[in-house]
Design a protein around this ligand. Structure first.
Ligand code: RB5
Length: 151
């Protein structure tokens, strides 16, 4: 699986820690930054960079970290085809895949500890979309994008 990874300054340390999980799970990954540690940056820039690479099909899924996971989720969800889920527990992470076919995971480094974040990522990488009745609902989300004219 090809994963694109990003974070702002608040999420930088956790982003670095999550790489060990991606390696353990055999994922191929690209880090789009920030690469400048805790130097202040703007989270929408990294959220969009990750989201565009998933939306284009270049990467299968994306992972983005900021302080809360909220800002990057809001920004990523502005890109057509992106279903970003901000998860703070493994159950939400599993359902975000099984029911919502989430293709971007966001997490908040100021909200959860790194061990919880790692477990969320493990679960999220393994869980699969169930399709069936959920497929029609996800299609309806795409229709909302079409009516809104997002790109
Ligand atoms: C940065 O201070 C913080 O606002 C950002 O990491 C994120 O939490 C925004 O949603």
């Amino acid at each position: 699986m090809k994963i694109v990874l990003g974070a702002d300054h608040a999420g930088y340390d956790l982003k670095e820690e999550l790489k060990s999980i991606l390696q353990q799970e055999g994922a191929e990954f690209l880090d789009v930054g920030t690469l400048n540690g805790e130097e202040s940056v703007d989270y929408p820039d990294y959220a969009e960079a990750v989201a565009r690479k998933v939306a284009s099909g270049e990467f299968d899924r994306g992972v983005i970290v900021c302080g809360t996971g909220i800002g990057v989720a809001i920004a990523a969800n502005k890109v057509k085809g992106i279903r970003a889920a901000n998860c703070d527990n493994p159950v939400s992470a599993r359902f975000s895949r099984e029911h919502n076919d989430a293709n971007v995971l966001t997490m908040g480094s100021r909200i959860i500890g790194s061990e919880v974040a790692k477990e969320i990522l493990r679960v999220w990488l393994k869980a699969q979309f169930e399709g069936g009745r959920h497929a029609g609902r996800v299609d309806k989300i795409s229709k909302i994008e079409e009516r809104s004219g997002v790109s």
